[in-house]
Design a protein around this ligand. Structure first.
Ligand code: PMT
Length: 399
């Protein structure tokens, strides 16, 4: 099974004799289904050519912070946002020290600062350098900032020394990354998620709907699977590929989404409403195509649909956490807070859908996870990274 299917990885290669192992690592990530883009520091290019990693990753290797051509294709901020994970391997003693300082005078440093994605560091250096207090202090600082350190392993080194400081083998690095991403924090829990739009038919060929692509809801489902939860996805019509392991219930209308939600929420620990539900439906649905000819004007009479998430939140078998999404264009957080209260939710994620770089159909999203007594700002990132942050926060509350 491709355990990193469609995940976007930046592999950052720094100046170390172990840089050649980045080639095997890139292949391993791709074998696991990941999309890989490589950043090389100037020193890394002394040990292995960018051409090798370009051929293996299928993309031009990024080397310069101030390369106008590269910036036009995919600038460092765009690259940082594209990533679902940044994996610095091999990480030299110098590159670790630079990360600690927050240096942004090369592309790798700037991306490490700019990315909201999880950062993994696989050190490789001489055993004496690894053992030095300065390096150990630097590593501890990175750990305290939430950066995962993978390895190093022990053994004979290229310089002839024997000891700790060898880069982990590429397959072991990939396994460690998978173990980090698949946290298991929701194992034994059941999460039900609604995703995508609903459709309300007007006649056999026309319907009312909206621009939801389902990407946000599907990313949440993937994060739940990675966290070990039994995951049910109630999905409106979308073209997203469901993550493996998810039980998908396909629906079309709001009433169908309502019925599926009420039936499954009864056994759920968490219910998340990421769907863009159509609030009103036509009073009557024509069983024949409504003809254009001879019609000068047409009125459409609408009646309200049930409020799915409010009904789940008020049901007798209420899940422990009921989490809504608020798609707003103005006064985003104020309206979201009102929905949190009026729908009896535990959390609501407020996103500004007037910003076309996030929200509907975008690969990215950003917003504030509003609780009854907490606000957590989640900066712009891929929907996958954002979903992982939301699920991590919800897991903490369940604990
Ligand atoms: O699908 P994407 O293209 O990835 O876009 C993601 C998204 C913008 C759709 C998503 O991030 C989002 O904001 N989803 C909620 C959209 C919405 O309907 O918001 P709302 O403010 O109208 O509704 C508030 C909450 O009530 C939502 O959890 C909604 O699912 C729920 N609701 C609304 C109406 C209704 N009749 N029943 C409901 O359960």
């Amino acid at each position: 099974m491709a355990r990193l299917f469609n995940r976007n990885f930046i592999v950052g290669v720094t100046g170390s004799i172990a840089a050649y192992k980045a080639a095997e690592l890139t292949r391993s990530l791709i074998r696991e289904g990941a999309n890989v883009r490589v950043i090389m520091t100037e020193a890394a290019c002394e040990f292995i050519t960018p051409l090798t990693l370009q051929a293996l990753s299928g993309h031009e290797v990024h080397t310069d912070l101030l390369d106008t051509e590269a910036e036009a294709a995919m600038g460092h901020i765009e690259l940082a946002r594209w990533a679902d994970a940044l994996l610095i391997t091999p990480a030299s003693a110098d590159s670790i020290a630079r990360l600690v300082q927050g240096r942004a005078d090369d592309l790798l440093g700037a991306c490490a600062l700019a990315t909201p994605a999880p950062v993994f560091v696989a050190p490789a250096m001489n055993q004496e350098m690894w053992a030095k207090q300065a390096t150990q202090d630097n590593v501890q600082t990175l750990v305290s900032r939430g950066i995962a350190i993978l390895g190093p392993s022990s053994g004979s080194q290229a310089c002839g020394d024997v000891g700790a400081g060898r880069l982990l083998e590429p397959d072991d690095i990939v396994s460690a990354v998978i173990a980090h991403l698949c946290t298991g924090t929701l194992s034994g829990r059941h999460v039900v998620i609604t995703a995508g739009p609903t459709r309300e038919p007007i006649c056999p060929v026309r319907y009312i709907s909206n621009r939801s692509s389902g990407k946000m809801g599907y990313a949440l489902a993937e994060a739940c699977i990675n966290a070990g939860a039994k995951t049910t996805l109630i999905s409106g019509p979308v073209s997203c590929e469901p993550p493996s392991g998810v039980t998908v219930i396909n629906v079309e209308t709001t009433q169908e989404m309502f019925d599926a939600s009420m039936a499954t929420a009864a056994t759920a620990d968490i219910f998340i409403g990421a769907a863009a539900v159509v609030d009103f439906k036509p009073t009557t649905v024509s069983d024949r195509k409504i003809k254009r000819s001879g019609v000068e004007a047409m009125d459409l009479s609408l009646v309200p649909n049930p409020d799915i998430i409010a009904s789940v939140a008020e049901s007798k078998a209420r899940p422990e956490l009921v989490v809504g999404f608020a798609a707003e264009t103005h006064h985003v957080q104020d309206y979201a807070r009102k929905k949190l209260a009026s729908k009896s939710l535990d959390f609501i994620f407020a996103n500004d859908v007037s910003d076309h770089s996030i929200g509907f159909n975008s690969e990215h999203n950003a917003g504030v996870l509003i609780g009854r007594d907490s606000d957590i700002v989640l900066p712009m990132s891929s929907k996958r990274v954002l979903a992982e942050s939301i699920i991590e926060e919800l897991s903490k509350v369940l604990d």
